[in-house]
Design a protein around this ligand. Structure first.
Ligand code: SF4
Ligand code: SF4
Length: 553
């Protein structure tokens, strides 16, 4: 953070366009604070990706193969044939500009090439030159240009300044999805070994150990054992999670960020408490130390890499003989599961259509993937009056909710988290309408941009979201930003510290864990962060007697 300009400086944005100069004639300058470090050769080698070597985006020479241009154009031709959507997106844009001011990176930084329409033009201009008659004949007058090293550098710089959030696509009258264009752009760059370290290292780790952080099975279990100890200190009740248990009805998979990084760890404690609570009601669930990652940074590299990393979910469910899979709070994990997993690695005919063992609810929406989002699962439990909750344990929190881009725009999970939050805490306020639900603003660090070295980009890109949080903080005193995404939980603490330090970050199941009354628990005086619960310490003995006798029904 020390290299990022002060917030007062960062909001001074010069919106004037370059005078008498088109974007094609304005070469880029790759700036520190905006760009990420290059992918390291050892990780590319491990994954069998092309052209592993030491390089830096700041270098003049990117050490590309001699036939780099041929590789890119062949790759583009191949993808135009395989992805009909790409061909349509290349052809139908009328440059109306409806998307132009919808990208958080453009709003927060004013770089014209961060307008979604122009980000797409970076690729489209080459498409026109190579694959359209008008582009071949008219050149620049038809928005076409030659593929040069400068163009390639421009691609790298700007395709790694898009979080693939799809907010722009919501406003496009033709449904053009710039995120899909970014995805293809990154795939093409990967053909030349042009990835970032923040993406290729987690991908290699995940391929080796099953999770982005490279944590081995025993360490994964150790972490959860720590949480079990902490929960016992707080509640007086000992959780007994099972790992890699064959024959369990449900396999639970969550992002490793929930297991290894605050504040996601408190969300993980919330899952443990919930599962313990449900055990006596018939929940038969196991964690896996092999399918130890729900997230999928492969998706930020190529479709093929996303498929490779996703494969472990079904493979582990098959190995354990589970009936269906429950997934933790995550964003892009669900984009991959909801939109791709069935065709990537399915159909998973060996699994059953998910049915809640507690309520009997059939999750029809998960009929093909066989995988249910935990917030749907918990909302269903509450709806069926299966949880004994004390929302006053979250009374120290004045909460707002950030719709994580992928579950909200990609899956339509809009009501369930709100329903859960309103049942586990008493103080909830929405951010302004045009910044939530389908129109939600990205956290600014998704799609592999959550690095330390591109902090200025993240603070700029996160500005629209932070601005909406500031609004509810000033109007209602909001002090907690909740979300159902592990990347959000990793990105937001820095963003809040920079723009609104009074606001902290939580997952929804952390609040569930606080509110849930466990059979035989001791008086709760601390929340899951081991912070004193205001008001709870002065309860008299009569109040105490009323607690701890929670009934499941
Ligand atoms: S809104 Fe759609 S058609 Fe209009 S400029 Fe943007 S991408 Fe092109
Ligand atoms: S997908 Fe999101 S980050 Fe990418 S151009 Fe569109 S609004 Fe911007």
């Amino acid at each position: 953070m020390s290299d990022v300009p002060e917030a007062e400086e960062l909001v001074k944005i010069d919106h004037r366009p370059p005078v008498f100069k088109g974007w094609m004639d304005t070469p880029i300058e790759i700036r520190q604070g905006i760009a990420c470090y290059a992918g390291k050769p050892k990780n590319l080698e491990y994954l069998g990706l092309p052209n592993p070597r030491e390089w830096s985006p700041m270098d003049e020479d990117w050490k590309l193969p001699e036939n780099w241009k041929e590789i890119i154009l062949d790759g583009l031709r191949d993808r135009l044939e395989r992805f009909r959507s790409l061909k349509i997106f290349m052809d139908v844009c009328v440059r109306c500009g409806a998307c132009a001011d919808k990208c958080h990176f453009f709003i927060g930084g004013a770089d014209p090439r961060n307008m979604p329409v122009l980000r797409a033009e970076l690729l489209r201009s080459i498409y026109r030159k190579e694959y359209t008659m008008v582009g071949k004949i008219m050149g620049k007058f038809a928005g076409a240009r030659d593929l040069t090293i400068d163009v390639l550098k421009e691609w790298w710089y700007y395709f790694f300044q898009c979080t693939e959030c799809r907010r722009c696509s919501l406003f496009c009258p033709y449904g053009i999805d710039t995120a899909e264009i970014t995805i293809i752009g990154r795939e093409l760059l990967n053909l030349l070994g042009l990835n970032t370290d923040w993406i290729s290292a987690p991908v290699a780790n995940c391929y080796r150990t099953g999770n982005h952080l490279g944590i081995q099975p025993h360490a994964y279990k150790d972490m959860i054992d720590f949480f079990v100890d902490d929960i016992e200190d707080i509640t007086g009740v000992r959780m007994e999670p099972s790992f890699n248990r064959k024959g369990a009805e449900i396999l639970f998979i969550t992002p490793s960020g929930d297991v290894f990084a605050d504040p996601g760890t408190y969300t993980c404690m919330g899952y443990l408490i919930l599962f313990h609570y449900l055990q006596s009601l018939g929940l038969d669930i196991t964690w896996s130390t092999y399918a130890s990652e729900g997230g999928n940074f492969g998706y930020f590299t190529s479709h093929e890499m996303a498929k490779r990393l996703n494969a472990k979910m079904y493979a582990e469910a098959k190995r354990l003989g589970a009936k269906w899979i429950l997934g933790g709070e995550c964003g892009h994990m669900w984009r991959v599961i909801n939109q791709y997993m069935d065709t990537f690695n399915g159909p998973a005919d060996f699994l059953e259509e998910p049915v809640s063992p507690i309520t009997g609810t059939k999750f029809e929406n998960a009929k093909s993937t066989k995988m249910v989002h935990i917030v749907e699962f918990t909302a269903d439990l509450i709806r069926n009056n299966k949880l004994n909750l004390d929302p006053s344990r979250n009374d120290n929190l004045i909460v707002t909710y950030h719709d994580s881009c992928n579950p909200a725009r990609g899956m339509g999970i809009l009501e369930e988290p709100r329903y859960v939050i309103k049942n586990v805490c008493n103080n909830f306020f929405e951010m302004p309408e045009n910044t939530i639900r389908e129109q939600t603003f990205c956290c600014g660090g998704g799609a592999g941009l959550n690095a330390g070295e591109d902090m200025e980009l993240r603070m700029r890109g996160g500005l629209p979201r932070a601005n909406a949080v500031r609004y509810v903080h000033e109007k209602y005193g909001v002090n907690m930003l909740s979300c159902i995404c592990a990347i959000d939980r990793a990105v937001f603490p820095d963003l809040m510290e920079y723009w609104i330090p009074e606001v902290d970050v939580t997952g929804v199941h952390e609040m569930v864990g606080n509110a849930l009354i466990l059979e035989g628990e001791k008086k709760r005086t601390m929340d899951l962060r081991s912070q004193p619960l205001p008001g709870m310490e002065v309860m008299d003995e009569d109040d105490e007697a009323g607690e701890g006798n929670g009934d499941a029904e």
